[in-house]
Write a protein that binds this ligand. Structure first.
Ligand SMILES: Cc1ncc(C[n+]2csc(CCOP(=O)(O)OP(=O)(O)O)c2C)c(N)n1
Ligand code: SF4
Length: 298
């Protein structure tokens, strides 16, 4: 079915079968990534955009395979480097809905600096952080979010992991992200809503997705999360960064989900006064550029 977009063009409604990938899914049975993929597909169908307006960028990891398993344009880049590639794609064409998929190792280990600076620049992209508390693809080394004492091949007994984990939401908030949220792979309805809101948000949106890795971190299994997750209360004020930061440290017997923080602020392309839309549709006045260069040379 076709419908008219806000810009006056025509768009074709995306159906579930349009998103079927050409290749077979290779995640383990019971992996939390299945729930995330389902919510992503639902969100893509609910957002009023054409298929060609979505662009998925991923790092390396089980999470990084997400663009392989949905029939949209995507770019599977280097470990920890999804955010710079996503930033470049967004700056080159602000019409794109750019969505990053990365694991806790990818975005909080190798890619932490990129995450902080994209948040600080308020780049208008959505970053979906698949948090399973372990390195899944490389078979169970501890990751930046593994709990203190977590026993793995790289953190053997008696101590296990000898330090506290990174707080992903806190990092995003301190960096300057203007939309910060958490969902759970077992609550597809809430996850879909969070992804839709994050994509619509005009600024840097980080959504932490609690994701069981049933093979290498069985302690963070489905029951672990089902017993702990709860939705932020109705009277919770997501305009307060201080409240959001305080909430971000609540991760134990109770794990809050929902939108922790949301703020309207000019984003990177607006701050730089770059042209909106596709850069290739804009031409430069070469004479004027030459004049500027000449002035600098004098
Ligand atoms: C620079 C670099 N270092 C290390 C690796 C090896 N490597 C590939 S995936 C991965 C860990 C992925 O873990 P995470 O980001 O948590 O994703 P998951 O597989 O759990 O979804 C590592 C260390 C790599 N590909 N590139
Ligand atoms: S190893 Fe873990 S993260 Fe990777 S597919 Fe299996 S369950 Fe999922």
């Amino acid at each position: 079915m076709d419908y008219q977009t806000a810009r006056g063009g025509w768009c074709t409604m995306i159906e579930r079968e349009d998103l079927e990938p050409p290749q077979e899914i290779q995640w383990c049975p019971g992996c939390g990534n299945f729930g995330i993929l389902r919510a992503l597909k639902q969100a893509v169908m609910e957002l009023s955009n054409s298929k060609h307006e979505f662009f998925l960028v991923s790092g390396i990891g089980q999470s990084g395979k997400t663009p392989h398993f949905i029939n949209l344009n995507g770019f599977h880049t280097l470990h920890g480097r999804a955010i710079p590639v996503a930033t470049g794609a967004h700056v080159a064409n602000t019409d794109l809905k750019v969505i990053v998929h990365g694991g806790d190792g990818d975005l909080l280990g190798e890619g932490l600096g990129h995450l902080m600076h994209a948040a600080r620049r308020n780049v208008n992209i959505t970053c979906l952080l698949h948090n399973n508390g372990v390195y899944g693809l490389t078979k169970g080394q501890y990751s930046p979010t593994s709990p203190h004492g977590f026993v793995s091949k790289t953190s053997p007994p008696p101590t296990g992991v000898p330090m506290d984990p990174v707080n992903p939401l806190g990092v995003a908030l301190i960096g300057g992200a203007t939309f910060v949220a958490r969902g759970f792979a077992g609550d597809i309805k809430q996850l879909t809503e969070l992804i839709v809101d994050a994509v619509k948000h005009p600024g840097f949106a980080l959504v932490e997705l609690m994701q069981p890795c049933v093979v290498f971190n069985p302690k963070w299994g489905w029951d672990f999360f089902r017993e702990r997750v709860y939705k932020l209360e109705d009277d919770y004020d997501n305009k307060s960064k201080t409240a959001a930061l305080e909430k971000s440290f609540e991760f134990g017997d109770r794990i809050p989900t929902g939108v922790f923080y949301k703020q309207e602020k000019t984003h990177f392309v607006q701050e730089l006064q770059l042209p909106e839309g596709r850069l290739r549709d804009h031409t430069n006045d070469r004479e004027e550029i030459q004049n500027i260069i000449d002035e600098m040379l004098v």
